[in-house]
Design a protein around this ligand. Structure first.
Ligand code: DGL
Length: 276
């Protein structure tokens, strides 16, 4: 155990907890600070400018709280803000700090999953409209390898936020989007849950999908990729504290975050409200 700097995990709200949970499972030794911008969520329906501004403010706050590295555990923020933060802001704020997203590791992992190259991306409107997934996939694998069908599922985040994880209404909206996706491309063999909230609906999504379709979440992919990154960057890894601590902050009501966050993490958590 050594004292040191933290790894920040940021999301617009609770969704990033599905990523944090896997990161902590795979790399329990480090100190984590989770920040959910619940007061300004959802990000999925917001403009590029707003997502970029809010994400930038949150990243700066996490740096102030002693993070050396911040993971944007939100697809919308990764799609709309990551590149500008990395290329424009970080060199000015602190060139020794790092911000990573969830899209690149998910795209890298996709090569191992799809057999026929027909892939479905389920995400927020913001992520879908940014075209980040098709663009990253084309950059990495060329034009021919994958046939990508994207679909925005705007009802799923509110269902999760309201803890409606089962029941007739939820099944209706899961079937609706699954059918829409498979009508657009019936050959899809792999579906990426490219929104951090969706893993909570995974059991029902799997139930509504034909058995030959694999449904992939991002938590374990991002956790493995972070482990790799830290191995490749010992100069950064050495500065991280290894006391195995997780601290939670929200920009909205702490009690509500504790209640909802407990459902996401599967255990009781303590949270503090933060103004950013
Ligand atoms: N966490 C966001 C994502 O992964 C979804 C929630 C939101 O719209 O804020 O895209």
């Amino acid at each position: 155990m050594r004292p040191g700097e933290n790894i920040g995990v940021f999301d617009s709200g609770y969704g990033g907890l599905t990523i944090l949970k896997e990161i902590v499972r795979v790399l329990p030794q480090y100190n984590y600070i989770y920040l959910g911008d619940n007061a300004r969520a959802p990000y999925g329906t917001r403009s590029f400018e707003m997502v970029y501004r809010y994400t930038g403010e949150a990243v700066k706050k996490l740096f102030e709280l002693g993070c050396r590295l911040v993971i944007l555990a939100c697809n919308t923020a990764s799609a709309k803000a990551l590149r500008t933060i990395q290329q424009v802001d970080l060199p000015e704020w602190d060139p020794e700090k790092r911000v990573l997203g969830v899209i690149r590791p998910s795209v890298e992992a996709l090569g191992q999953y799809s057999r026929n190259g027909h892939v479905g991306i389920l995400a927020t409107r913001g992520t879908v409209n940014s075209l980040s997934y098709p663009m990253e996939l084309e950059k990495l694998y060329g034009k021919q390898r994958f046939k990508i069908t994207q679909l925005a599922c705007p009802m799923w985040v509110p269902l999760v936020e309201n803890n409606e994880l089962e029941g007739e209404g939820t099944i209706y909206f899961i079937r609706k989007y699954v059918q829409e996706l498979l009508t657009a491309d019936p050959k899809i063999d792999t579906v990426v849950l490219a929104c951090t909230h969706y893993p909570l609906l995974r059991p029902l999504i799997v139930r509504c999908m034909p058995p030959q379709v694999q449904v992939i979440g991002q938590g374990d992919i991002v956790a493995d990729s972070l482990g790799d990154y830290l191995k490749r960057h010992p100069e950064l890894e050495e500065r991280l504290g290894t006391e195995g601590r997780v601290t939670y902050y929200t920009t909205d009501e702490a009690e509500w975050f504790e209640r909802m966050g407990g459902i996401f993490m599967g255990e009781k958590i303590k949270c503090t409200r933060l103004v950013i």
